[in-house]
Design a protein around this ligand. Structure first.
Ligand code: ADP
Ligand code: MG
Length: 231
């Protein structure tokens, strides 16, 4: 009699239960992120009204709407890295302002890194998220403390890496990353903006939550949710 095989079904899992950075995972992440951005669109725009030009929610919603269309128009078996590169380029081209090119470049570089990764595992996700931040910083030249996307992404990445390095499962690492992103958003309140439109306000930007960091936390929240479901 053959021994029973434990099967853990579900997208992103192999039959042995190991988490896989596959195309289904990528699709779920984008769909989840788009849903969260849609939910928070007006809030993101309100945040931008206080220290920018009141379009951040509109920009992100447009970008992720275009990302969903890219998923629809892509072959079901398109490799995950290529799909994220396409999503990133779509966001770059379809969204004006600062955040579209920045997030789009981030997703493009995440995709490129996944394409080059030796295995579709948690290490690949770590390398990809690192490349995403590198791309955003190469383009936008923001450092931690400048009150931008970087102030949520960088702590999320640090938390993800340290959790994996201390032996954490990918779902635990993703949870810690999402929590760190949220804490990073709160930390933007007392910061004075040094990049983007909010920097024109000087010290009047102090006391306001950064819209781009807030969107970043939504992306990491979406990642956490999808990893948790698929790990
Ligand atoms: P715009 O400022 O062109 O209207 P958005 O309103 O969509 O674009 O995005 C504003 C957000 O972009 C800010 O809240 C900030 O987080 C982010 N941002 C602006 N400049 C930079 C930069 N150089 N690097 C990283 N993030 C930036
Ligand atoms: Mg704006």
């Amino acid at each position: 009699m053959s021994s029973p095989t434990v099967r853990r079904g579900g997208v992103g899992s192999t039959s042995r239960g190991a988490w896989v950075l596959d195309v289904s995972f990528v699709r779920r992440w984008i769909v989840e992120a788009a849903a969260r951005i849609e939910e928070q669109r007006d809030f993101l725009t309100q945040l931008d009204a206080a220290i920018g030009d009141a379009d951040h929610g509109i920009n992100m919603h447009r970008g992720f709407g275009a990302a969903l269309a890219t998923l629809e128009s892509s072959a079901a078996d398109q490799p995950p890295g290529e799909l994220l590169e396409r999503v990133g380029m779509t966001i770059v081209y379809r969204v004006g302002g600062a955040a579209g090119p920045l997030f789009g470049t981030g997703f493009r570089d995440i995709g490129r890194t996944i394409s080059d990764a030796p295995a579709p595992d948690a290490e690949a996700l770590l390398m990809a998220l690192t490349a995403g931040l590198d791309g955003i910083q190469r383009l936008g030249a923001a450092a931690p403390g400048d009150k931008t996307i970087v102030d949520a992404w960088a702590p999320a990445l640090t938390a993800f890496e340290s959790s994996l390095r201390s032996g954490g499962r990918v779902d635990e690492a993703a949870r810690e990353a999402a929590d760190a992103a949220t804490i990073g958003v709160a930390a933007t309140l007392p910061m004075q903006a040094r990049k983007g439109r909010a920097s024109y306000l000087g010290s009047r930007s102090i006391g306001h939550q950064d819209p781009g960091a807030t969107s970043t936390a939504l992306l990491f929240g979406a990642l956490e949710r999808v990893v948790r479901r698929t790990a």
